[in-house]
Design a protein around this ligand. Sequence first.
Ligand code: NAD
Ligand code: USQ
Length: 384
Amino acid sequence: MRILVLGGDGYLGWPTALHLSDCGHDVAVVDNYARRKYDEELGSQSLVPIEDLEVRVAAWKEVSGKEIPAFVGDLLDADFVYRVVREYEPDTIIHFAEQRAAPYSMIDREHAVYTQHNNVIGNLNVMYAIAEINPEIHLVKLGTMGEYGTPNIDIEEGWLELEHNGRKDRVLFPKKPGSFYHLTKVHDSHNIEFGCRIWGMRATDLNQGVVYGQQTDQTSRDPRLATRFDYDAVFGTVLNRFVIQAALGQPLTVYGKGGQTRGMLDIRDTVECLRLAVENPADRGEFRVFNQMTESFSVKQLAELVAETYPGSVEIDYLENPRWELEEHYYNVKHTGLIELGLKPHLLSDTLIESLFPIVEQNKHRVNLENLLPKVKWASAKNS
Ligand code: NAD
Ligand code: USQ
């Protein structure tokens, strides 16, 4: 298949492009380097050094003999999006290219507006390009488990069979997201489902949980192929941060009581889920949803697991929660769709956690300790 990976310079987009290329697909990547600019803005950087996109694709050519053409441009530029889709003629478009940090979207009005504009309009441009150029293209869109929030009922896989006042219908599962970022994914899901109805688009919405890990079979073949590893309180995700904090000898930062529970998955499962979704496309007119997660953990459980696994002593701090979220709640998610397609999950193990400690050890001189503690607060409209 010919696959266009939007956001192919990012944490997940780059390893996904490599995995699909390695599996024999023709892959091209699109990115506007927005993620590298947020680093400059926040005075942060990936813990593991990452190469420029040109160096990455040249290294992949050297290691595998395979080409990954790169298109540099912004999804907000509709002419650019149309040009790339016409020129590359993909069978599938995987869309990772959004501003993805909840805290970044909650910094202030400007960051909330940027996030919503970037994500919602970029996605609309991609939808229109598909509808007008070739509606056969399968859109595989990264959504998030956080679209659902933490309802007091079981979370179904995208859709809910409902009976109300004696009548039945199948509706999108109710959404209660927890940040202006997570809301963009809800808006995208609604826009895509509408596109499937009116244009007969074929789409898969992958409601992905929090990803952990840093290496895949392909990125570990050469240091120039490494993907990013974020530790800061804005872009670093919870398990990656706990591992890094432990190895730096810093306290693990549990927000609030730590009872908040999230669906999680290993980065090696992310790239495999993408392959499964791409190779088994949705039908024309179908809005297919998979809950892309393999296990659930509370934040407290994750902190305790990291503390037990680290060979030295580790302190766990329970900080005042900077976010607005339930800290004790029911959480039961259906996630069978990808398993039925053949996913064999890498469940969280001591070995995975242990394998991350030397990566931190090698790169700890790159850490700016000031970026470890959370500064963005949800409740206040004015943050420092
Ligand atoms: P990332 O920020 O590392 O990668 C996103 C990439 O998209 C970046 O390289 C960025 O430069 C690019 N981009 C952003 N806006 C763009 C635009 N307008 N035009 C072109 N390129 C643009 O993020 P990631 O962690 O790789 O996440 C990828 C996707 O997966 C996101 O949509 C995110 O919401 C979703 N997701 C991530 C996680 C996670 O734990 N990392 C979990 C669930 C869902
Ligand atoms: N948390 C802590 N301490 C920390 C960091 C986080 O207790 O140091 C807690 C948060 O309060 C939250 C949970 O851990 O309850 C997860 O936070 P996170 O920053 O790891 O993840 P989140 O903000 O939800 O966002 C990440 C990705 C986002 C993706 C989402 C998947 O950045 O792109 O959409 O995970 S999900 O959570 O399923 O919506």
